[in-house]
Design a protein around this ligand. Structure first.
Ligand code: NAP
Length: 253
């Protein structure tokens, strides 16, 4: 690749929240960005934000857990933007419940979006990275990977993504590809707002209570995570691979 050629990044679940902030941030770093979410129309705001700032982006509707949709999405991105060599597996859902009340369907949905989705997306994109001899994969794990009440499905999926990340780093390293995981703590998004709604708390009170437990005394914003992802996907991060970075306003392990 010539130094003037623009790298193509794919961010899943980028209609809002952490994914949207990441898409905007990567575009500001000079990447052309494919903004993927379930509903193509929902990606419009993110794409407009990028193009209004002079960046390049397209909206792509796809369910990351559906193999045919993933393959069609990556083919379209390759055609319209060029071969993708940066992938951020961010799409996610919650189906929280205590184990004895958790349905098999809620288990499967969470596994399908986080684990199967990241697997299918990475498989579809890695061939372009191998061809380019360069690639960056970032998977969204979570502080819940360490265990969290009411999240047997989600914590298993997020811990699973850490193993997936390390294996990608081992298998793909020889092709110039790195793989890392970012594990956010509490980030103010629709996802944490839904949790506040579920436990019957106002979002402001919920955030204030969470902030009190965090060493830096605030909750995270989507841009806090986008900053970490920008580092891992950067040209200078080629010797950083197979790592899990907790971005949580304090230490976790
Ligand atoms: P969010 O606001 O709920 O956004 C997630 C996006 O993913 C939504 O636009 C959603 O679309 C989309 N999505 C869901 N299923 C999909 C699928 N099958 N295919 C394509 N897109 C799909 O969540 P967020 O808080 O920004 O979280 C982003 C990532 O960070 C997730 O992986 C999450 O688990 C992780 N994370 C978040 C936090 C936090 O505190 N917020 C903490 C740790 C980790 P719909 O709206 O149509 O469902």
């Amino acid at each position: 690749m010539s130094t003037t050629e623009q790298r193509v990044a794919v961010v899943t679940g980028a209609a809002r929240g952490i994914g949207a902030a990441t898409a905007v941030r990567l575009a500001a770093e000079g990447r052309a960005v494919a903004v993927i979410d379930l509903d193509e129309a929902a990606c419009k705001d993110t794409v407009e934000k990028i193009t209004a700032a002079g960046g390049k982006a397209i909206a792509v509707g796809a369910d990351v857990s559906d193999e045919a949709q993933v393959e069609a999405a990556v083919a379209r991105i390759t055609e319209e933007l060029g071969a993708p060599t940066i992938l951020v597996n961010n799409a996610g859902v919650l189906r929280d419940n205590l184990l004895f009340k958790m349905s098999a369907a809620d288990w499967d949905t969470v596994m399908n979006v986080h684990l199967r989705g990241s697997f299918l997306m990475t498989k579809a994109v890695q061939k372009h990275m191998v061809d380019a001899g360069w690639g960056r994969v970032v998977n969204l794990s979570s502080s819940s990977a360490l265990g969290n009440r009411g999240q047997a499905n989600y914590s298993a999926a997020k811990a699973g993504l850490q193993g997936f990340t390390k294996t990608l780093a081992i298998e793909l390293g020889k092709f110039g590809i790195t793989a890392n995981a970012v594990a956010p703590g509490f980030i103010a998004t629709e996802m944490t707002k839904a949790t506040a709604d579920r436990v019957g708390m106002g979002f402001e009170d919920f955030k204030k209570a969470a902030a009190g437990q965090i060493p830096v005394q605030r909750v995270g914003e989507p841009e806090d995570i986008a900053n970490a992802i920008a580092f891992f996907t950067g040209e200078a991060a080629g010797f950083v691979s197979g790592q899990v970075l907790y971005v949580a306003g304090g230490p976790l392990d």
